[in-house]
Design a protein around this ligand. Sequence first.
Ligand code: HEM
Length: 244
Amino acid sequence: MGMTFERSPGAVGSSLVLHSYNVRICHWINVIAGGYLLLSGIHIFLDFPELYWGHTGYQGYPALFKLSDWGLSWDEAGALGNRMWGRNYHFTFAWVFLINGLVYVAWSFARGHVRGRLLPGRSELAPASLKADLVEQLRGPAPKRAAATTYGPLQKLSYSLLIFVFVPVMLLTGLAQAPAFAAAWPWLLDIFGGRQSARTLHAAGTVLFVVFVLVHVVEVLLAGAVNRVRSMITGKFRLPEEGM
Ligand code: HEM
């Protein structure tokens, strides 16, 4: 796994190129697009701050979630959100995110990045391996993690689920809310059980996305923030001294 990135015996204290151009460029475009998608999505949501299940949803109809139950009235939410700004930026950055994501995924398959670095192997997915990794993560910063040049089992699993399950589901639940797409592809509404269900799943996915980013950034901080972030910008990763 990740053969070209393994520590060679003479490499202690030296540097290597950890992340390719493709991963680095796509990653940071993704961060910008993801940030705008989140912000503009919140603006759109605030214009209609309730969530429903099925095909029907309007003010006064039994809702699954109402922001007013959490102390923000319909009018206050509407005043906070700018729907026009939100929609413009959401659709613009959805395209940026999609095209960037396709470039990243196509490159990653072509260069063996998916199999070599991202997908967890069968043994890594064994419950014992995942459990051992979780226990290690919960222990906090560790020299082994600061020196790691390959992703751990849980890290691989979360990146793979994010790229190959989460993003496609967000894309489809987003498209299902667009009347033109739903008219052209009615199966989109069938698989999610209605436009309101698609919108609710899209909103639940947004919460998951925020959780992913928070955990991801905390993990980067715990695994040596400067060295990790530098390796994602310039590629250069400094191998910590043995026994550090
Ligand atoms: C300010 C926020 C962020 C920071 C500082 C950050 C930093 C990093 C760093 C340092 C790595 C490399 C980890 C390592 O070498 O072990 C990484 C990998 C990764 N990050 Fe982020 N990240 C951020 C936001 C995001 C967001 C918003 C997404 C998803 C939309 C994301 C998705 C990924 C993925 C998929 C990888 C693996 C890339 C690959 O090897 O192909 N990150 N991130």
